[in-house]
Design a protein around this ligand. Structure first.
Ligand code: COA
Ligand code: AMP
Length: 641
């Protein structure tokens, strides 16, 4: 394309990856320069900046203070759910708070390589705890507050933390969510017992501390000595973030220090067009990868002001909340999930509330986390009048795989596409033979190895699972788990997951994990969970259960039990609210449950009677059972395949 500044940059990132990333790494402070930019001695396992030593917290905070920017605002906490609290931390303030909390952790015996679980609501102390771990070279593992005790316990057992940092409560719109009982229950369930819990008491609901185990955040801070930054190997882990896999055992995505800092800082210029001092707002949660990368690390590495928002797009207090925050804090770029915009659109379809605020500083909207429907994209463009960038990435990758690199060159928008591969990414749709299909044809979206810096080098204590889940099927490629196409202009279109991962309100969940919960009910013989379309949340889970012979309990009672069980074992975030009892499940003759066909029937999408089905009549029964719930409105069956 004539005048395309980005294409040569992208080409170079693939042709000369070591030179390209070494230049980006030069923007950071290293305590020891790397020996090798890309270590490929153990293909297909690659490591970036081997031999280098760095401290991520130093680069996020101290570096800016040392450069004379200590008075610049690093973090703004805006919390409508606590009556409109606003707190601003300069880079100096934040460095000092982080250093002191690192001192608290150190006094509890936390050091380099030790794991620390952070189970907190959206308060600045969550970011402070993460950065304090980074300061000590300890490895944080943040667990999203909407997960149940059992999920927290699974993570405790997997990463074996020395300490847990938590809070007395979270606030969901107006509801107080006590965190302490969940924490206690999780520690009770877990086999591994962390030695210490550091609890932030929130005035909305204080909790009783467990003597001998819990310490009070504020008390400990009063006497703590600030801790200095501990240099770590570039390849040492910075954090573990668990994400849904295909089973009840979540995958512990590992992020290293060096490659992560390099890639995240670079993304702020190339993709988000953010300069030091400008205000960036990722309206997500620190419990998700978006929160790790774009609430905490990337904006601070770039010297920007980051916004930490404890509220919702609607209901805190209204659908104008995002515009109020953006206007009040002079936000330049907002990053959120399309579901947040669908929620706003539902309450304020004409965007009337936008007009109440001065959005003069606001320059771009970034959407990710789930497929963005063209309606929502166009609506956002119309009411905001700024470029909207749909970009695609995953917990595993830590930063965008594809997007519109507006900091370098803005490509024309194509609704339904997440535009072009970002630096270091070679993205192709592969066919069953493992070769790229023709442009415009659908295939398994894969990325050529090595992946760029900042992606996951492995899964925590599970290298074989890492290999099998991502690298084995297409040798030389990373299998993303998404299907889609690359069109003739090189634009990437992400269509759907190919596994049993679903996306509910931008939250990634495993239907396999929900099936494990349903199957444990004593009355359930067999079950399946599929993700069905939802106007607000994109997808929601729907369960199908077959009861054991002789079960006398009413179906409605069993369904109510199942809903409660998923909430208790996985958490409210799973949003499992509906299930139906069916006489049988549709299967192939070899016994594979036809989940894809059930989902299409429920969504009234075109479907074909699978040639391998053992008994075609079952699908009609399923269709009839779904209709009273408002699904399967039309019979869109076509000829048998
Ligand atoms: N702690 C405790 N409970 C939580 C929680 C937390 N941190 N986060 C969510 N929950 C609960 C909710 O209260 C809700 O409970 P309920 O079923 O009792 O009402 C349930 O988990 C489902 O949450 P969610 O799917 O987020 O629904 P919601 O109705 O509360 O909000 C949206 C819907 C669209 C407003 C919200 O999901 C949203 O803003 N999403 C976009 C932003 C985002 O988080 N993106 C992530 C990646 S960018
Ligand atoms: P998570 O790991 O929670 O970030 O979820 C990653 C998954 O969300 C991806 O594999 C995709 O299925 C989906 N996803 C994320 N961003 C997009 C996007 N912009 N368009 C389509 N799907 C997306």
């Amino acid at each position: 394309m004539a005048g395309d500044n980005y294409a040569p940059m992208h080409r170079r990132s693939l042709d000369e990856p070591e030179a390209y990333w070494a230049e980006r790494a030069g923007d950071l402070v290293w305590t020891r320069r790397w020996d090798k930019v890309l270590d490929d001695a153990r293909k297909p396992f690659y490591r970036w900046f081997r031999g280098g030593e760095i401290n991520t917290c130093f680069n996020a905070l101290d570096r800016h203070v040392d450069a004379g920017h200590g008075d610049r605002i690093a973090l703004i906490y805006d919390s409508p759910v606590t009556g409109g609290t606003i707190r601003r931390f300069t880079y100096r303030d934040l460095r000092d708070e982080v250093a002191r909390f690192a001192g608290v952790l150190r006094a509890q015996g936390v050091g380099k390589g030790d794991r620390v679980i952070v189970y907190m609501p959206m308060v600045p102390e969550a970011a402070i705890a993460m950065l304090a771990c980074a300061r000590l070279g300890a490895v944080h593992s943040v667990v999203f507050g909407g997960f149940a005790a059992n999920e927290l316990a699974v993570r405790i057992d997997d990463c074996q933390p020395k300490a847990i940092v938590s809070a007395s409560c979270g606030i969901e719109t107006t509801r107080i969510i006590p965190y302490k009982p969940l924490l206690d229950a999780a520690i009770n369930i877990a086999r591994h017992k962390p030695g210490r819990c550091i609890i932030l008491q929130r005035p909305q609901q204080v909790c009783a501390l467990t003597p001998g185990r819990d310490i009070d955040w504020a008390e400990a801070m009063k006497t703590a000595a600030p801790a200095a930054c501990v240099p770590v190997a570039a390849t040492d882990p910075l954090y573990i973030l668990y994400t849904s896999g295909t089973t009840g055992q979540p995958k512990g995505v590992v992020r290293d220090n060096g490659g992560h800092a390099v890639a995240l800082k670079a993304s702020m210029s190339v993709l988000y067009d953010m300069k030091p001092g400008e205000v960036f707002w990722a309206a997500s949660d620190v419990g998700w990868v978006v929160g790790h990368s774009y609430i905490v690390y990337a904006p601070l590495l770039q010297g920007c002001t980051t916004l930490l928002y404890e509220g919702k797009p609607v209901g805190t207090p209204d659908a104008g909340a995002f515009w109020r925050v953006a206007s009040q804090h002079k936000v330049k770029a907002l990053f959120t999930a399309p579901t947040a915009f669908r929620a706003i659109k539902r309450e304020d379809p004409e965007g009337a509330l936008v007009k109440r605020y001065d959005l003069g500083a606001f320059k771009a909207l970034f959407l990710a986390g789930e497929r963005c429907d063209p309606d929502t994209l166009h609506w956002a463009q119309r009411i905001l009048g700024v470029p909207v960038v749909d970009h695609w990435w995953q917990t595993e990758t830590g930063h965008a795989i594809t997007g519109n690199p507006v900091g370098v060159h803005s490509y024309p928008l194509k609704a339904g596409s997440t535009t072009k591969p970002m630096p270091g990414w070679d993205v192709q749709a592969l066919g069953a033979d493992g070769h790229p299909v023709k442009p415009g044809e659908i295939g398994a979206i894969c990325c050529r190895l090595p992946l760029p810096p900042g992606t996951f080098p492995t899964l925590w204590n599970a290298e074989e699972r890492f290999f099998k889940a991502y690298l084995e099927e297409y040798p030389g490629w990373y299998k993303t788990g998404d299907a889609g196409m690359v069109d003739a202009d090189g634009y990437v279109h992400i269509m759907t997951r190919v596994d049993d991962v679903i996306n509910v309100a931008g939250h990634r969940l495993s239907t396999g994990q929900m099936e494990e919960v349903l199957a444990s009910h004593p009355a359930v013989a067999e079950c399946a969970v599929v993700g069905v379309g939802d106007e607000l949340k994109g997808q929601v889970p729907l369960g199908f259960v077959v009861l054991k012979a002789g079960v006398k309990t009413a179906d409605s009672e069993i369904v109510a039990d199942l809903v409660k069980m998923v909430r208790e074992r996985i958490g409210p975030v799973a949003f499992f609210k509906q299930a139906i009892v069916v006489p049988r499940l549709p299967k192939t003759r070899s016994g594979k449950i036809l989940r894809g066909t059930m989902q299409k029937i429920a969504d009234s999408e075109a479907w074909k009677m699978p040639a391998t089905i053992d008994d075609p009549a079952i699908l009609e029964e399923i269709q009839a059972a779904l209709q009273p719930l408002g699904y399967a409105k039309a019979d869109s069956r076509s000829a048998p395949s």
